[in-house]
Write a protein that binds this ligand. Structure first.
Ligand code: NCD
Length: 356
């Protein structure tokens, strides 16, 4: 792949580059008009979202036959991916791993910094640079918010450039979760996501999934958002300002029961207490933000119930059997849309669509 554009306008120094607005940083992570590193949800427009959903649909159908699966696995057997997941992960890790395998990519993984040379004092920057010697794609989850982007920045400037995909960066962003969320919403809601009311429920302050998903909403017409959270865990001001700038109507409330009848989709989240530095949620009664069996009667018959998972108590397990519960399908959708994204990054999306 060709190298990043020569950096006349792009500062040479990360400390100078990083504080710039996302809109100014995005071009550095784009090549030949295509997304190259997947770092922020703001990188996606409607055209690309619809395209990726189509590629994912096609791949899902192709994988039902041996011939289709072999054709998919023949697309990228000459590429290798590194999964660097140094924060707990089950489905993001497994869905990326299987997405790579669907396309024939071979994979290696680091899931714990204590097993890498970081314990010998190597800087995290040097550690990730080492990956680029062996692989063609880096997929990473890291607890520090800017670290995935910094990795992409370093890799883009290296002689052997390697694309980077963000599998969760601190409490800041989780763009591929947002992709699978819109893919699920578009597949589950009659007529798609345009014109729908979506309720986000729970810890909106520290949940990276709801942050990234809010950014993607600018791509859909006449969407209304309702943010339902305890007062201490309200959606952050930067996201609210983004929604205002893009004329996306939203309202905030702390009573889930009043929102149930109007929601076309409900996106439940767990309390993110791993980020609880200030004891903001210690001892909090979160049960008012849980979806219970008794709530089902109040929901629209077509309401889609989503959750990025893992769940603690946010959705009663008896609800799993209700037709409106789509969160198990949602987690599987992650594999298809992530495979579509990887195919796209390597310029193999048209080839996927050509599989019979
Ligand atoms: C989410 C995450 O890691 O941010 N999980 C996921 O990727 N499916 C949500 C969460 O952990 O609550």
């Amino acid at each position: 792949m060709e190298r990043a554009p020569t950096m006349t306008a792009v500062p040479r120094d990360w400390e100078e580059f990083h504080p710039r607005p996302v809109s100014e940083r995005v071009p550095f992570f784009t090549r030949k008009g295509r997304l190259y590193d997947c770092l922020f949800a703001q990188q996606f427009d409607r055209k690309l979202l619809d395209h990726l959903c189509r590629v994912a649909d096609h791949l899902r159908a192709a994988m039902k036959t041996k011939e289709g699966a072999l054709a998919a696995a023949n697309l990228l057997p000459h590429k290798r991916a590194m999964l660097y997941f140094v924060q707990p992960s089950t489905r993001t890790f497994l869905s990326f791993l299987n997405a790579c395998h669907i396309l024939g990519l071979r994979t290696s993984e680091i899931r714990d910094t204590t097993t890498s040379s970081e314990v010998k004092g190597e800087s995290p920057e040097d550690t990730v640079r080492t990956f680029s010697s062996y692989v063609d794609l880096i997929i990473m989850r890291h607890p520090a918010p800017g670290f995935v982007e910094k990795t992409a920045w370093v890799m883009n400037r290296a002689k052997r450039a390697v694309p980077v995909i963000n599998g969760g960066s601190g409490s800041d962003q989780h763009p591929t979760q947002a992709l699978l969320d819109v893919y699920t919403l578009c597949r589950s809601l009659p007529g798609g996501l345009d014109g729908k009311t979506v309720a986000f429920v729970g810890d909106l302050k520290r949940g990276r999934t709801v942050r990234s998903l809010s950014y993607l909403m600018k791509n859909y017409k006449d969407v209304k958002l309702v943010f339902v959270s305890p007062p201490q865990l309200k959606m952050e001001a930067d996201i609210l300002a983004f929604l205002k700038r893009h004329h996306i109507p939203y309202r905030e409330c702390d009573d889930l029961t009043t929102v149930l009848p109007e929601a076309d989709a409900i996106y439940m989240t767990r309390i993110q207490d791993e980020w609880d530095k200030a004891n903001e949620s210690k001892g909090m009664d979160y049960s008012r933000f849980n979806l219970k069996q008794e709530h089902l009667a109040k929901l629209k018959p077509t309401c889609a119930i989503l959750h990025p998972l893992p769940r603690r108590h946010e959705i009663e397990t008896t609800i799993d059997d209700d037709e409106r519960a789509v969160f198990w399908r949602q987690e599987r959708n992650g594999m298809w849309i992530r495979a579509a994204l990887i195919a796209y990054i390597f310029g193999q999306d048209k080839e996927v669509l050509a599989i019979k």
